[in-house]
Write a protein that binds this ligand. Structure first.
Ligand SMILES: O=c1ccn([C@@H]2O[C@H](COP(=O)(O)O)[C@@H](O)[C@H]2O)c(=O)[nH]1
Length: 243
């Protein structure tokens, strides 16, 4: 995974829609998209059925359920999720060292038991919707935001995870510090023509790739566009300038 791929294969489109019918309509409307993210909204609505739909179309899957619980519980969740044969799976780094280690082992066990490839387990460093001000004043974290994101990434690396989810604004620093094969997956990506919405720490697709992201996660700029195919095409064209 990562840098060897063509630029547009490094875009994961977030399928944040309320039901299976809307999801399938988007998947069929965007046949060029090879990697889809199923998150809390859609998975809570459809359960694993949507994963089967994506697999039947030979799509890669990022199952973004952002587990955050005690070690025994996240391990159980990762063991179960790994059986679906998804490509990427998320846990919050804030679950802590014991939970991250337990999750890593459990994901391997679940996949082995089901006879599928284990998912790459990646940790959320700090949600891209959180600003430096919110980190300090609401979450009461006494570190500068880039330092906090780096500490979370290093914790994930020490615990044997495959990578992290980070904002494009921190990806260059993480790329320099983390191992070369440590995956850096960036949501919060916004072309200049798209609304930022609730994303606080964004860069454009080209800037994020140049800064060292392996994958970009892009949802609403494509899925909520009046013409999703055109939005996808504009992003793909932007990325050919940096590939
Ligand atoms: O820190 C994070 C972690 C995950 N996400 C998810 O990525 C997409 C982004 O969607 P947009 O519509 O492009 O904002 C969404 O599914 C989030 O749950 C994130 O944004 N930030």
């Amino acid at each position: 995974m990562g840098n060897g791929e063509q630029a547009e294969q490094r875009v994961i489109v977030a399928l944040d829609v309320p039901d299976e019918q809307s999801a399938i309509a988007l998947i069929d409307q965007l046949p060029q998209v090879s990697f889809w993210k199923v998150g809390l909204e859609l998975f809570t609505s459809t359960g694993p059925k949507i994963l089967e739909e994506l697999k039947s179309r030979q799509k890669r899957i990022f199952l973004d359920l952002k587990f955050d619980d005690i070690p025994n519980t996240v391990a159980g969740a990762c063991r179960s999720a790994a059986r679906y044969g998804v490509d990427l799976l998320t846990i919050h780094a804030t679950a802590g060292r014991d939970a991250l280690k337990a999750a890593t082992e459990a994901a391997q066990e679940g996949a082995a038991k089901a006879g599928v490839q284990p998912p790459k387990l990646i940790a959320i460093t700090l949600l891209t919707s959180i600003s430096a001000r919110q980190l300090a004043f609401d979450l009461k974290i006494p570190l500068e935001l880039p330092e906090y994101a780096l500490e979370m990434a290093l914790l994930a690396q020490e615990c044997g995870l495959d990578g992290v989810v980070c904002s494009p604004q921190e990806v260059a620093q993480l790329r320099q510090t983390c191992e070369n094969d440590f995956l850096l997956v960036c949501p919060g990506v916004r072309p200049t023509w798209a609304d930022k919405g609730d994303q606080k720490r964004s860069l454009t697709p080209a800037q994020a790739i140049k800064a060292g992201a392996d994958y970009l996660v892009i949802g609403r700029p494509i899925t909520a566009a009046i013409e999703p195919e055109l939005a996808w095409k504009r992003i793909s064209e932007e990325l050919t300038t940096v590939a």
